[in-house]
Design a binder for this molecule. Structure first.
Ligand SMILES: CC(C)(COP(=O)(O)OP(=O)(O)OC[C@H]1O[C@@H](n2cnc3c(N)ncnc32)[C@H](O)[C@@H]1OP(=O)(O)O)[C@@H](O)C(=O)NCCC(=O)NCCS
Length: 175
């Protein structure tokens, strides 16, 4: 958790992926971790070749209103020294696979900055398609930021109705 706190803090301070402005401390990062895993969503961490924590990825609810419950939103953060070595792609591929196995039907990526080519490219490589861009939804580092939205169906996607009794998370009761 200290390594994850440092990786996310760097991204908050220097990047546009997160629209947070102040890095959360370790206790807050642990609280967020607990909130993800206790609701039944996956949270993954990857070793870099040197044995340090290279990055982490997790899924959570896209929105909390219950009709959204089959759709997840993903997050992935790689340490600066480990970027560009397919670690982000490997973590997100595994996250997609876990979410398919859990029964979710779609994953949304919300990417901060229309010029964030590393994230856009990584998601394209994993089968996400661009579904829209929300203009000037953020203001950070002295400039307006667009939000790029990408989506990937999971499993049978919309081809079949989900089984309400197989809902994987604990966020919503079966209905
Ligand atoms: C975006 C991020 C997760 C990508 O992870 P990564 O491990 O660095 O990327 P990968 O090595 O897996 O590369 C994935 C693809 O993106 C491409 N790519 C990587 N960096 C790139 C860049 N700066 N510009 C263009 N393409 C880039 C790679 O070439 C690869 O495509 P390819 O398979 O066609 O060669 C990582 O850079 C990161 O953590 N950035 C800061 C936080 C962030 O933006 N998180 C995403 C939140 S939505």
């Amino acid at each position: 958790m200290p390594a994850i706190t440092a990786i996310y803090g760097e991204a908050v301070r220097n990047g546009t992926a997160s629209f947070e402005l102040d890095p959360p401390d370790e206790a807050e990062m642990r609280r967020r971790f607990d909130a993800v895993v206790t609701k039944g969503y996956p949270y993954l961490c990857a070793d870099a070749p040197d044995g340090a924590v290279g990055g982490y990825a997790y899924a959570g609810p896209y929105h909390t209103r219950p009709a959204y419950r089959w759709t997840v939103e993903n997050s992935v953060y790689i340490a600066p020294s480990a970027r560009g070595r397919k670690l982000g792609q490997a973590l997100t591929r595994e996250l997609v696979e876990r979410c398919v196995q859990l029964g979710f039907r779609g994953m949304v990526a919300i990417i901060g900055g229309a010029d964030h080519m590393a994230s856009i490219r990584m998601h394209e490589r994993l089968g996400f398609v661009h579904i829209g861009t929300m203009p000037a939804t953020g203001f950070k580092h002295g400039r307006w930021l667009d939000t790029v939205m990408m989506h990937r169906p999971l499993g049978e996607g919309r081809a079949t109705d989900p089984d309400p009794h197989s809902y994987p998370g604990t966020l919503y009761p079966a209905r």
